[in-house]
Design a protein around this ligand. Structure first.
Ligand code: CA
Length: 226
């Protein structure tokens, strides 16, 4: 893919920087099952990035043909949160530090664009990727009204960074994230770190689908080294 003139890379966080999706998916499945709802790991991955209430309403509509009540939403999301606290941290996606080091050597700006609004986000990023990401180069759940798959998070990243679409590329792992990036008019590299088929990610409009960060590194080296 053509990355000529690249100035900034917009990283999604869960499933791209951190191997956190197995925990999210498993806790969603267990929390739904506790409330008597059917929900699969694949559905969790298909809906990755959707708000908690949005995901819960989808499951209620599928099973009961109606939205969940606020009490049902609070129960399922509350149980999911408790279950998540019992999981150990997922660690970093293998090979991603090498991608980041290479991009830094080429003076490419690194941004994080995530729907997550956890207060500990920056601390976690700084622990895992020391000195790489800064608060003024982040778009989080606090910055936008509409989450992914709406284009707002990536449009906000363009606005905050001041770069043109052709000077940037997005790295995403999830269908809704790819949809968001493409709706914002951006190039999108998909890294398939989950359980879905590559075809699902390609069908969302990803410009390329890879399995590993090492493959991403090869593409960046080929594109940015003369
Ligand atoms: Ca993700």
């Amino acid at each position: 893919m053509n990355l000529k003139g690249l100035k900034a890379v917009f990283f999604d966080m869960d499933g791209v920087l951190f191997d956190s999706m197995p925990a999210h998916a498993d806790c969603w499945v267990r929390s739904f099952n506790m409330s008597g709802l059917n929900f699969t790991h694949e559905q969790a991955y298909m809906n990755e990035g959707r708000t908690g209430s949005g995901t819960i309403n989808l499951a209620y509509n599928a099973q009961y043909g109606r939205n969940a009540t606020q009490v049902e939403i609070d129960t399922i999301y509350g149980n999911k949160t408790i279950l998540m606290e019992q999981w150990p941290d997922g660690g970093i996606i293998q090979g991603m530090p090498e991608v980041i080091s290479f991009l830094q050597s080429k003076h490419i700006e690194l941004w994080v664009v995530t729907g997550s609004s956890q207060k500990m986000l920056l601390a976690k990023l700084n622990t895992s990727f020391p000195g790489v990401f800064s608060e003024d180069r982040m778009v989080t759940g606090f910055d936008v009204i509409h989450g992914k798959p709406h284009p707002e998070p990536y449009l906000m990243a363009l606005h905050k960074s001041g770069y043109k679409p052709e000077e940037t590329v997005v790295i995403e792992n999830a269908p809704l994230g790819i949809e968001s990036a493409k709706a914002a008019g951006l190039k999108c590299m998909a890294i398939n770190t989950g359980v879905l088929s590559d075809k699902i990610l390609a069908d969302e409009g990803a410009d390329i689908v890879v399995k590993t960060a090492a493959q991403l590194l090869t593409i960046f080296i080929d594109s940015l080294t003369n």
